[in-house]
Design a protein around this ligand. Structure first.
Ligand code: HAM
Length: 420
């Protein structure tokens, strides 16, 4: 029979030290900024994403994992492709009154993309949101918090923060007209077929085009940040000034629009050359109209971001030995020399485990020599050998695996001996 392989674009994580390190560091980090942890379901209504991300976005048109009914299921359920819309749904549905609601969550997201390095169909994000605050300084604080996390907690250096400002809905209406004039001009006569569709359906998304020739043409396109109303212009200046005040280096990226429709005003991405084509490891921005799109009575100005854990793991790979990764606990290996000592070995293990020692009992009935080899391979601190003699004398032969020294210790004293 053939073996069954994992689903395309998914991964088995067989070593979670770095994955957990990233999450644990983040949890500690955001505590200082007064965020609390939430968890929302992996299953959500398809409608949630159609309304929030936009009906013409890649995620909604091409990448949704929709669970098609079956007799037990209601229609229109999908695996969540992101966590911002679910967080806003939870905010509205649970009638959260205390704003700003500062929350974070993490877990798997699902997008039916073409898999490649750093791009998966099931991937993992840490997601952070501030719901119910229009203060532009909130944007600055969130971005600063992320920058400090990458730089100080994960010791990442080789990355850049790209920043743009998409203005308010009125700004974008006016800007769309300017952009359309540009796209209808000779300067943009050769745009690709995808961009032609985007021009009709969702004009600002032309900037997400991966085609280098299109990108070259768009260098001369009008810039949204040059088309802002007075109030937005002021806020855009404030974001940049305050980031500078906090020494958060950033670069203006006039064509950064982000692939999801709910954004307005501040948008940003953290990118790194070390990642190759999928160079963005964290992205976010303001989404002031999302609450009303999802049926709330009033708007909730909000800002948030999500980082891809797999991409951060790729970035950390070259510097893993400089990170304060948690060390595995010292391992004690118990070796019953025959089946007759196995129950005693279990009892001894039980006593040690109750005192939080990390214990492996070798129960495969191997020879002493091969058990020693195994213990070495496992990196044991001590080997605890139980043979006929030890069983009769109520002792254990304790071998220090580093020095090779060994001595008989009374079974009742083993905990004390190993605790020294
Ligand atoms: P996003 O830019 O679609 O934004 O995703 C955020 C991050 O998730 C990306 O920068 C990337 O690191 C990671 N990511 C996305 N797709 C994949 C994939 N297929 N494979 C591996 N990693 C991936 C959002 O999801 C927004 N919800 C962010 C946000 C939060 N905006 C406001 N609040």
């Amino acid at each position: 029979m053939s073996i069954i392989s994992r689903v395309k674009g998914t991964q088995d994580f067989l070593e979670l030290t770095v994955y957990n390190f990233i999450i644990d560091q983040f949890k500690t980090h955001v505590r200082s900024y007064h965020f609390t942890e939430i968890a929302t379901p992996i299953l959500e209504p398809v409608e949630l994403f159609k309304r929030s991300l936009g009906p013409y976005t890649d995620v909604v048109t091409k990448e949704m994992f929709i669970i098609n009914g079956g007799e037990h299921e209601e229609d229109g359920i999908c695996l969540r492709p992101e966590a911002t819309a679910p967080t806003m749904r939870a905010f509205i549905e649970n009638s959260i009154q205390t704003v700003p609601w500062k929350v974070f969550s993490y877990g798997p997201m699902f997008r039916h993309e073409r898999p490649q390095k750093g791009r998966y169909r099931q991937f993992h994000q840490i997601n952070v949101e501030v719901i119910g605050s229009s203060a532009i300084a909130q944007d600055v604080q969130l971005i600063t918090m992320l920058d400090r996390f990458f730089h100080e907690k994960l010791q990442l250096n080789n990355y850049a923060l790209l920043l743009n400002f998409l203005g308010c809905p009125d700004d974008r209406l006016q800007y769309r007209d300017k952009l359309l004039i540009f796209l209808n001009s000779d300067a943009a006569a050769d745009i690709c077929e995808t961009c032609k569709v985007r021009k009709e359906k969702n004009i600002m998304r032309i900037f997400d085009c991966k085609n280098p020739a299109c990108q070259e043409m768009y260098r001369n396109a009008p810039r949204i940040a040059d088309s802002l109303c007075e109030a937005c212009e002021k806020e855009w200046a404030q974001v940049q000034e305050q980031l500078a005040l906090l020494s958060v280096s950033h670069a203006y990226a006039p064509n950064l629009v982000r692939g999801l429709d709910y954004y307005n005003k501040t948008v940003f991405e953290f990118v790194s050359e070390n990642l190759g084509a999928q160079n963005s490891f964290c992205g976010g921005g303001r989404y002031d109209q999302l609450a009303s799109l999802l049926g709330a009575k009033e708007d909730q100005p909000s800002i948030g971001a999500a980082m891809g854990i797999e991409r951060i793991m790729l970035l950390l790979e070259p510097t893993l030995d400089t990170l304060p990764l948690p060390q595995p606990p010292a391992l004690q290996v118990i070796m019953p020399l025959s089946a007759a000592q196995q129950p005693l070995a279990l009892l001894l293990a039980d006593t040690l485990q109750a005192q939080n020692f990390c214990v492996e009992v070798l129960l495969e009935g191997d020879s002493m020599k091969s058990m020693m080899r195994k213990a070495n391979k496992l990196g044991a601190a001590y080997a605890l050998i139980l043979g006929d003699e030890e069983q009769q004398n109520k002792t254990v032969m304790v071998k220090n695996m580093t020095t090779g020294e060994q001595e008989h210790v009374a079974q009742a004293d083993v905990v004390g001996y190993l605790s020294k």
